[in-house]
Design a protein around this ligand. Structure first.
Ligand code: 1GP
Length: 252
C-alpha cells in the first residue's frame, strides 16, 4: 500500500507547516448536518478529517465515512476507538497502540485480531504511538481504555514514552488529552516530546480556542486535532484555519 497520507503529514512536518485535523465522531453527527460541515471543511482547506470515537453506540459510522470520502477534499483518516471502526472507503487508518498505558489489549491484542481484516481492507495503515495525558477530568477514552494517563506535570515520562514508541518503529506520536478534556496537553509536554523525536507529532483533546491551538503549534505539534469545539460551533473552524494559515504565513 503506498504511504500517501503518511508522506503528506511527514513532508509538511519537515517543512514546519502547521496542519489541522478535524475529528468527526459519527455518534455526534447526522446526515442533515454533513453538507454544511463539508462545505466549511472544503472552504477552509482543512488538512485531514479524522473519523472515530472511543465509544460508538450508533450505526452512522460507515455511511458517515463513505459520505465524507465522497464530499470532502481532505483525506479521510480513521481514528478508531475499536476494531469495529474500519471502513475501506477511507484513505488511511491510524493503527493506535496505547503506549502510555499498560493494557495489553490496546498495546497489541486487538491489533492481532484485526490484522487480517486491516490487511485486506487496502487502507493505508499508519502505526501510531498513542499517548493519553491527564487532563483534569475523567475522559471517555481514559475510562474506556482502562489505563492511567501520563500526569500532565510529568513531561519526562511523556518524552521517554514517545522516544520508546519511535524506537519501536511507530511512524507518528499522538498526544491526546482526550475528547472534551478539561485542559489540553500542556505546551511544556509538547515541547519536550517534540525535541526528542523525529517522527511527526499529533496533538489533540480539549482545544476550544485559537489560543490553545496556536500554543500547541508553537510548542511543536505538527497536526492539531479539534473535535468537540467544532461540534458545538462549526464556524469556529474559520478562526482555527485563519490561525493555522497565519502561523504558516499563507494569508493574513
Ligand atoms: C480526541 O484529540 C481528539 O481524541 C479531539 O479532542 O474533541 O476535545 O477536540 P476534542
Amino acid at each position: 500500500m503506498p504511504d500517501l497520507i503518511y508522506s503528506a503529514i511527514k513532508t509538511a512536518a519537515q517543512r514546519q507547516i502547521r496542519q489541522l485535523a478535524v475529528l468527526i465522531d459519527p455518534d455526534k453527527m447526522d446526515a442533515e448536518r454533513l453538507p454544511d460541515l463539508a462545505e466549511l471543511l472544503n472552504i477552509n482547506k482543512v488538512d485531514y478529517v479524522f473519523v472515530g470515537g472511543s465509544l460508538m453506540t450508533g450505526s452512522f459510522f460507515n455511511d458517515c465515512t463513505q459520505w465524507l470520502k465522497e464530499h470532502v477534499e481532505a483525506p479521510v483518516v480513521l481514528f478508531p476507538g475499536s476494531s469495529l471502526q474500519v471502513n475501506p472507503a477511507a484513505d488511511a487508518l491510524l493503527l493506535l497502540s496505547l503506549i502510555s498505558g499498560r493494557n495489553p489489549e490496546l498495546l497489541i491484542g486487538s491489533h492481532v485480531v484485526a490484522a487480517p481484516m486491516l490487511k485486506s481492507s487496502g487502507l493505508e495503515i499508519i502505526s501510531t504511538g498513542y499517548m493519553l495525558i491527564e487532563s483534569g477530568k475523567l475522559t471517555s477514552v481514559v475510562y474506556m481504555s482502562n489505563t492511567t494517563p501520563i500526569p500532565s506535570d510529568k513531561p519526562d515520562i511523556a518524552l521517554c514514552t514517545a522516544m520508546a514508541g519511535e524506537m519501536l518503529g511507530m511512524k507518528l506520536i499522538y498526544l491526546d488529552a482526550g475528547s472534551g478534556a478539561g485542559r489540553p496537553v500542556p505546551a511544556s509536554t509538547i515541547r519536550s516530546v517534540k525535541k526528542n523525536i523525529s517522527v511527526p507529532l499529533i496533538v489533540g483533546g480539549g482545544i476550544r480556542c485559537t489560543a490553545s491551538a496556536a500554543a500547541a503549534w508553537q510548542a511543536g505539534a505538527d497536526v492539531v486535532v479539534v473535535g468537540n469545539a467544532l461540534e458545538k460551533d462549526p464556524l469556529f473552524l474559520d478562526e482555527l484555519c485563519r490561525e493555522r494559515d497565519l502561523a504558516n504565513k499563507v494569508r493574513v
